[in-house]
Write a protein that binds this ligand. Structure first.
Ligand code: ZN
Length: 148
């Protein structure tokens, strides 16, 4: 871990930890390193004066962990949108067979009925049994917002 003293375009000074100097450069180029005061991504390393008292600055600096949270929530939003899109696609294009899902999936697998996309209900044990028989079942993603 490396601690960098950073400054944004408006000369706000802050400090942050990075796994390596490469990681800092990568995150900075992607705009993930932002000023905690004005949110600017135009951030540069401060020119270090070796023996400046750091205590005040350190007390003002935000917790270093604040940075990755922003990145994760951004990713999570994308992931959630992708899950919702998948779910909507399935529900629009596949046939809802409800509680008959397990039976219908087996019939399709053993060629007793035409192959198509279906969705419905199965409990964990049923889904596991289908997988063991070589039937490719996927849990339909539940998007947290859908419950509202
Ligand atoms: Zn700033």
């Amino acid at each position: 871990m490396i601690k960098y003293a950073l400054a944004c375009e408006q000369a706000h000074e802050f400090e942050s930890w990075f796994p390596s100097s490469e990681a800092f450069e990568t995150q900075r180029k992607r705009g993930f390193v932002t000023c905690p005061f004005c949110n600017s991504a135009k951030v540069e390393k401060q020119i270090m004066a070796p023996s400046v008292a750091r205590t005040d600055k350190a007390a003002k600096a935000p917790a270093p962990e604040a940075q990755p949270v922003t990145v994760l929530s951004e990713r999570e939003r994308e992931l959630r949108a992708a899950l919702r899109a998948l779910r909507e696609h399935v529900m629009k294009n596949a046939e809802d067979v409800g509680k008959g899902f397990v039976e219908e999936a087996r019939k399709m697998h053993y060629g007793e009925t035409e192959e198509r996309s279906i969705y419905g209900e199965a409990n964990l044990a049923e889904a596991k049994a289908l997988l063991e028989e070589g039937i490719d079942v996927l849990p339909l993603p539940v998007v947290p917002d859908d419950r509202n």
